[in-house]
Design a protein around this ligand. Structure first.
Ligand code: ADP
Ligand code: MG
Length: 244
């Protein structure tokens, strides 16, 4: 692998006496899609939050394009602008239209020209089939449409990496497919993605690497057919037997 876009090295995160991450290593190469799997409470969200500097790390490092972004001297806001993050639910600003949701960060935070950002946002919304919803408020959209807009909003800042935290978990089952289809397309366009997910079928089809988080470490990682199909670790097998 050439230099990873995102390189998590020995990351430790402790809440009180709960050591959630005990030395997590995860390198994500350019254009790679990494599916992060693991039981509920295994630390997937914590890892994504540490990687995106929404949490501080207690030990270890996170490197973005080779730069140690956990260095306390670094401007965390500046780093966060280079990442796109989408959570399980409640992603959109309810008081802003779909278009304003998408254009807010690129114009206000990144200071890019409004007209250019607007054109790019409309192109993105067209790609996901929601151009006609540009003027609507989020509460007029289905959960699936809202998550598709949330992905587009994260992409609008042209991030180096997209971090997705169980973005389909709060959706009605019939809406999951349309959101995963957008992720699949974004991946096909070459975006670097880390996604915590319970969608094993999707991970198998789209991920280049599956990383299994257990006991505060990445216990096993590799190509989906290996980790999901023929895992080395007994803990991985046990987990998969419960979810597949
Ligand atoms: P997952 O996303 O894999 O379900 P989480 O990262 O949400 O796991 O949680 C891992 C563990 O960290 C859980 O035991 C959870 O209770 C704990 N945890 C997460 N965030 C906090 C927090 N802000 N304060 C205290 N404990 C937390
Ligand atoms: Mg979680």
């Amino acid at each position: 692998m050439s230099e990873p876009v995102l390189d998590v090295r020995g990351v430790v995160k402790v809440f009180g006496d709960n050591a959630v991450l005990r030395g997590v290593d995860l390198a994500v190469g350019e254009h790679q899609v990494v599916a992060l799997i693991g039981g509920s409470g295994s630390g997937k969200s914590t890892l994504l939050r540490c990687a995106s500097l929404l949490e501080t790390v207690d030990d270890g490092q996170v490197l973005l394009d080779g730069e140690d972004v956990t260095d306390p001297r670094i401007d965390a806001d500046q780093v966060r602008r280079r990442m796109g993050v989408v959570f399980q639910a409640y992603n959109l600003f309810p008081h802003l239209s779909v278009l304003d949701n998408v254009t807010l960060a690129p114009t206000v935070v990144h200071g890019r020209p409004k007209a250019e950002v607007r054109d790019e946002a409309m192109a993105l919304l067209t790609r996901i089939g929601l151009a006609e919803k540009a003027g609507e408020y989020p509460d007029r959209l289905s959960g699936g449409q809202q998550q598709r807009v949330a992905i587009v909003r994260a992409l609008a800042v042209r991030p180096r990496v997209l971090l997705l935290d169980e973005i389909t978990s709060a959706l009605d089952p019939e809406l999951v497919g349309e959101v995963l289809a957008v992720v699949r397309e974004v991946a096909a366009q070459g975006m670097t993605i880390v996604m915590a997910t319970h969608e094993m079928g999707f991970a198998r089809q789209v991920a280049d690497t599956v990383a299994f988080l257990d006991g505060g470490v990445v216990l096993e990682s590799g190509p989906p057919q290996q980790v999901l199909g023929d895992p080395v670790e007994a803990r991985t097998r046990q987990f998969l037997s419960r979810v597949i």
